[in-house]
Design a protein around this ligand. Structure first.
Ligand SMILES: O=C(CO)[C@H](O)[C@H](O)COP(=O)(O)O
Length: 210
C-alpha cells in the first residue's frame, strides 16, 4: 500500500519544504490542483528538477483533449496524471493510450460520480492504472466521507488498482487502510497539522508493507 501526499498549497516553495519534511514516509507526491491553477506545469517542472527521484503525480483532472494534456504532464515531469471519470470514454481511452505510450501511469478520479458501481465497471474494462474514489472539499464541508464509496469501488473492479481520497486524517486512516486501497491519498491530514513529518510517519506506520 502506498501513501500519497496531496500538496494542495498555494506556492511551490511551500511544496518543496513539505516534500523535504515528509519524504521518508511518503511514496507519491501529488502536485495538487491549486498549484496547477497558480503555477501550471512549470511549477511541477521546478519540483521535478529539485527532486529527480520522487514519484510525482500531477492532479490536472483532465476532461478533454486527453492525449495532449497527459503527454504535457509527463513532459514536465509527472510519473502519474489524473483524468476525471466524468470524461467521455473516448477521452479516457486516449489518456490510457498516451500513458502506456509514455511508459507512465494514469489515475481516474471518481469525484462527482453518483453511480460508482457502474462507472467503476466501465473504467475497469478500459484499463487505467488506478481508479480513485474522492470526496472533494465542497462535500467534506457538508460532512461527507469517501469510506462508503470506496467499498463500492473495490467491489466493482477486477484488475485496476484502487485509491481513496477526501479528508482522511491520522485518526481516521486505519478504517480505510483496513479496506485495502492500493493508494491512500492524504492532503490536509498531513500538510495542515503542526508536525507534517510526524503525521505522515504515523499514517505510513499503519499501512501494510508492499
Ligand atoms: O484533489 C483534492 C481536492 O480536489 C485533494 O487533493 C484530495 O481531496 C486530498 O486532500 P484532502 O486529504 O485534504 O481531502
Amino acid at each position: 500500500m502506498k501513501l500519497q501526499l496531496a500538496i494542495d498549497l498555494e506556492d511551490v516553495n511551500g511544496a518543496i519544504n513539505l516534500i523535504e519534511k515528509t519524504k521518508d514516509s511518503v511514496d507519491i507526491f501529488e502536485y495538487g490542483t491549486p498549484l496547477v491553477i497558480n503555477f501550471g506545469l512549470e511549477g511541477l517542472q521546478t519540483i521535478r528538477e529539485k527532486f529527480p527521484d520522487i514519484t510525482l503525480l500531477a492532479d490536472i483532472k483532465i476532461m478533454d483533449v486527453a492525449s495532449y494534456e497527459v503527454e504535457q504532464a509527463y513532459k514536465y515531469g509527472a510519473d502519474i496524471t489524473t483524468i476525471l471519470a466524468a470524461a467521455e470514454d473516448q477521452s479516457i481511452k486516449d489518456a490510457v493510450g498516451a500513458a502506456k505510450k509514455a511508459g507512465k501511469e494514469l489515475l481516474v478520479d471518481m469525484i462527482g460520480i453518483h453511480d460508482v458501481a457502474k462507472r467503476a465497471q466501465e473504467l475497469d474494462a478500459i484499463g487505467p492504472d488506478y481508479i480513485g474514489t474522492h470526496t472533494g472539499y465542497d462535500l467534506q464541508a457538508l460532512g461527507e466521507t469517501p469510506f462508503e464509496t470506496f467499498n463500492i469501488l473495490k467491489d466493482n473492479v477486477t484488475k485496476t488498482k484502487t485509491a481513496v481520497a477526501g479528508g482522511i486524517k491520522v485518526n481516521t486512516a486505519q478504517r480505510i487502510i483496513d479496506e485495502g486501497p492500493d493508494v491512500l491519498i492524504v492532503g490536509g491530514g498531513i500538510s495542515t497539522t503542526d508536525d507534517p513529518a510526524e503525521s505522515a510517519r504515523q499514517i505510513k506506520a499503519l499501512m501494510p508493507k508492499d
